[in-house]
Ligand binder design. Sequence first.
Ligand SMILES: *Cc1c(COP(=O)(O)O)cnc(C)c1O
Length: 427
Amino acid sequence: MSSRSENLFAQAQQHLVGGVNSAVRAFRSVGGTPVFIRRGEGAWIEDVDGKRYVDYVLSYGPLAIGHAHPEVVEAIADTAARGTSFGAPTELETELAVQVKSLMPGIERLRMVNSGTEACMSAVRLARGYTGRDRVLKFRGNYHGHVDALLVEAGSGVLTLGIPGSPGVPASVTETTLTAPYNDIDAVRQLFAEYGETIAAVLVEPVAGNMNCVPAMPAFLEGLRSLCDDSGALLVFDEVMSGFRAAPGGAQAAYGVTPDLTCLGKVIGGGLPTAALGGRADVMEYLAPTGPVYQAGTLSGNPLAMASGLATLRNLTRPGVHAGAEAWTGRLLAGLEARAEAAGVGLTTTQAGTMFGLFFTDKDEIVGFEDVAGCDADRFKRFFHGMLEAGVYLAPSAFEAGFVSTAHDEAALAHTLDAAERVFAHL
Ligand SMILES: *Cc1c(COP(=O)(O)O)cnc(C)c1O
């Protein structure tokens, strides 16, 4: 007997490429059929067959306060009742910008866009326009959306599908892209020695969340800051994932290193499609209409997305709210490690605020892509399917980070740890 998800997936494949609208969702690297979801509430989601799961995907990060939070639902409904889009300024855009600026030390001006990809694409164009230089430097296993110039040794779906880059990206577009190993400041120093005068920007995920979850070493980010200062390159933190998760003020607040530009996405829209580019006023004002670098968007700053993002951030920044979810994440990881150890399963975990990583390895430290690639992929697959069966929804790839929301409570914790104990016993 086939499940409703299997039937729906068979239908979807006739109409949507691979049955999905974003590659990782297709379960290609873990096998089996993607689960079709019909609703979510708090920490839980329910599939079309009525099975419930504790959700650690949270739409790949955006849902920092859980599914269908009443404050978010109400904000969206109230806003929608007054019209969904105007293509003219609204008060909500400024309100969200003020909220973000109050949290992120590196942001003096913002430009709202519609996806993290767009934020990173615009960051590259702005950095090139501002500095008059062409080269960009990125890190192996970091993902900055599917921007042509940045689709080099990228993480996320590119890693999951095991493809080195993508056809359709001309060599002339990527020949100005330099890559270095993550957390390796000596490698970056060498590249600067050779190309420093021509580097417009260094793009980095200050917590790498697209090759599982690998926090930066503090000295690495500090080193990038001083190399950029010395050479006149802009330091761009891609905080599409780490923003409002590594800390309410993102990794820049957590690490105390201030970038010139910041890419935001995911949590900033609270589950609706919005993202932003922000940074130093003198750099940002180089964008149209105050500056010569062109950038625009029909639905940018969309009222529903602004309302959803604002409601999410207002809730998340109340005293103790983020800290509670961060502490919960720590208890989850300690509980998983203890159960893995009792079962003789080699498991190393990482945490950055409400993001986490699980690595099936005997190594104690995960600092770069090679450590991630060296993990036991088969064991991850068996763990993934065991947990799914037991009602715990993890990303269907060993190269995605896990996420916790403020709605994850004692019941969700007990459910997850009981499931893990049973699954570890058969790994
Ligand atoms: C998700 C992500 C992106 C891309 O954002 P989209 O909204 O999927 O285009 C870019 N950078 C990082 C670090 C991300 O995690």
